[in-house]
Design a protein around this ligand. Structure first.
Ligand code: ADP
Ligand code: ADP
Ligand code: MG
Length: 499
């Protein structure tokens, strides 16, 4: 059994992993950059080591330095979290070469599935439906024309090595193909160091539905149900939920089986996610496999009662899965909202600054995964996510109500946030009745069809929503209203404090 885990990550996911490790009686080691010296995760771990400067390329991406630290402090395993080195096969290999367990799949599986075209060909071989198009990198414009002509416009040009919603171009007609191809190749080269692209049919207004997979080293692979991730902006997830209102038991069984088959065919071990898009006729098509723990994994945890990090650690220790497919049960409904430091009114540009006020009221059925506390700074160096709120109820409306209430009581001052925007999304009819697709935000909010509110209003709305809280704050304003910097506006908003 693993005795000491080094977490080669930061922020909320480092905190998340440390918590489970500690519950399992495993020692934890954090590594931190200059910027993160006093971060929650660095203070929380049993041991913490400085590994470099603030830019990720000078700290969290320094594979050799991280391995060296693990060896020095006697960590026998590394958990990579998500992002950073989590999907770099050379890092997993370096761990293996140094007798350190990499808590994730084999380097071979990461490498192979890291290419969307390879993953697509495994899907085809294992009988999993894929989006019509190529399962190999295209050679050039002539082939692109040929394929696009065969599958019909609109088509999507995608980077084989793509990720994070980057490296994709929609092409609506043949006249645009040449320039779109060149742009996609350039973007792929600069973002991923690999200009291979492939082409597939652009499915109009699909759902993004993904399946959580767990697999051990003994050939067992199970799925833990779906996550509905169609609430996206620029191909990136904003709100995730499980179950999806469009998935009934039959479709869940079918897609879950497809995901398990794919994992088995790829020789996959540990936790992973098989992503699909589903069209309006409920045909599903494989998109890609993410060979790591996913940002939105908590919704699956609260609905199945299975701690995914614990299973990851057990599998990496060589244990068999603790669950069979039949023993996985699904209860209630769960939603996750990603609270980000960004400015919805200004094209969602990241917002930086010091958090000079932070207050929240969680409660029954509410989980918060965060690595940020009062006084912390949100910097340009890392992801803009402040926290993930996960709400769980017996029914979907229960979970939604909890989320609205919790978001309304979540107050941050010092940076702009998307809280108000999240509340607006939750309040749309489309979200309420579950009828939304990956185009929803773009169609409803980005084309000026609806204006996006600032979180000045958001904090105000939250405070108005909880009158008692507001009144109490009124009496205590001298305790809090000190910061001059006030992007979020909540505390400068005189109408709420009567001054
Ligand atoms: P997921 O694919 O888990 O749903 P996203 O699509 O939001 O997550 O993330 C896009 C990419 O950015 C992923 O490769 C993820 O690993 C990475 N990423 C997201 N958040 C962070 C973070 N806080 N730190 C580092 N990388 C991140
Ligand atoms: P990434 O690695 O960036 O996550 P994905 O292949 O998972 O790339 O696609 C990200 C998102 O882009 C999907 O969730 C979906 O919204 C959209 N997308 C990808 N492929 C297609 C397609 N063929 N048709 C329509 N939308 C697509
Ligand atoms: Mg994806």
């Amino acid at each position: 059994m693993i005795k000491k885990i080094l977490i080669s990550n930061r922020g909320e996911i480092a905190v998340r992993v440390i918590s489970t490790a500690r519950e399992m009686g495993i020692k934890t080691v954090a590594v931190y950059s200059d910027f993160d010296r006093f971060s929650m995760f660095a203070k929380y771990a049993d041991e913490s080591y400085h590994i470099g400067e603030s830019p990720a390329s000078k700290s969290y991406l320094l594979a050799d330095r991280i391995i060296e630290t693990a060896l020095k402090c006697g960590a026998d395993a590394i958990h990579p979290g998500y992002g950073f080195l989590s999907e770099r096969s050379y890092f997993a290999r370096l761990c293996n070469d140094n007798n350190i367990k990499f808590i994730g799949p084999s380097p071979e599986a990461i490498e192979y599935l890291g290419s969307k075209t390879n993953a697509k060909s495994i899907a085809i071989k294992s009988g999993v439906p894929t989006v019509p198009g190529t399962d190999h990198a295209i050679s050039g414009l002539d082939e692109a024309k040929l394929i696009a002509g065969q599958i019909g416009y609109p088509v999507l040009i995608k980077a084989s090595a793509g990720g994070g919603g980057k490296g994709m171009r929609i092409v609506n007609n043949p006249a645009d193909l040449d320039s779109a191809l060149r742009l996609a190749q350039n973007e792929a080269r600069s973002s991923f160091g690999d200009d291979s692209v492939f082409i597939e049919k652009y499915i109009i207004a699909p759902r993004h539905i993904e399946f959580q997979i767990l697999a051990d080293e003994y050939g067992n692979a199970i799925h833990l149900g779906e996550r509905e991730c169609s609430m996206q902006r620029r191909h990136q997830k904003v709100i995730e939920e499980t179950p999806s209102v469009i998935i009934d038991k039959d479709l869940r069984d079918k897609m879950g089986e497809a995901a398990r088959n794919l994992a088995k065919a790829a020789g996959y071990t540990n936790a992973g996610t098989v992503e699909f898009i589903v069209d309006s006729d409920k045909n599903f098509y494989f998109l890609e496999m993410n060979t790591r723990l996913q940002v939105e994994h908590p919704v699956t945890e609260v609905r199945t009662g299975i701690d995914l990090v614990k299973e990851q650690i057990l599998v990496a220790s060589g244990e068999k899965l603790s669950y069979s497919q039949e023993s996985v049960t699904f209860n209630g409904a769960a939603i996750e909202c990603r609270i980000c430091a960004e400015d919805p009114e200004n094209n969602f540009i990241p917002s930086t600054g010091k958090i000079n006020y932070l207050s929240k009221i969680l409660g029954n059925g509410v989980r918060e995964d965060t690595g940020i506390e009062h006084g912390d700074e949100i910097s340009i160096y890392y992801d803009s996510m402040i926290a993930k709120l996960i709400c769980f109820g017996n029914t979907r409306p229960d979970a939604i109500n909890k989320m609205k209430r919790t978001l309304s009581n979540y107050q941050i001052s010092g940076v702009k946030t998307n809280i108000k925007f999240l509340l607006e999304l939750l309040n749309t009819d489309a979200f309420k009745n579950g009828c939304y697709n990956t185009q929803f935000i773009e169609n409803e909010f980005m084309n000026n069809k609806k204006s996006i509110s600032s979180d000045e209003d958001n904090l105000s709305a939250g405070i108005v929503a909880s009158v008692n809280f507001k009144q109490r704050l009124k009496g205590e304003k001298k305790l809090h209203i000190t910061g001059k910097r006030n992007h979020t506006g909540g505390w400068k908003s005189k109408r709420f404090f009567g001054s």
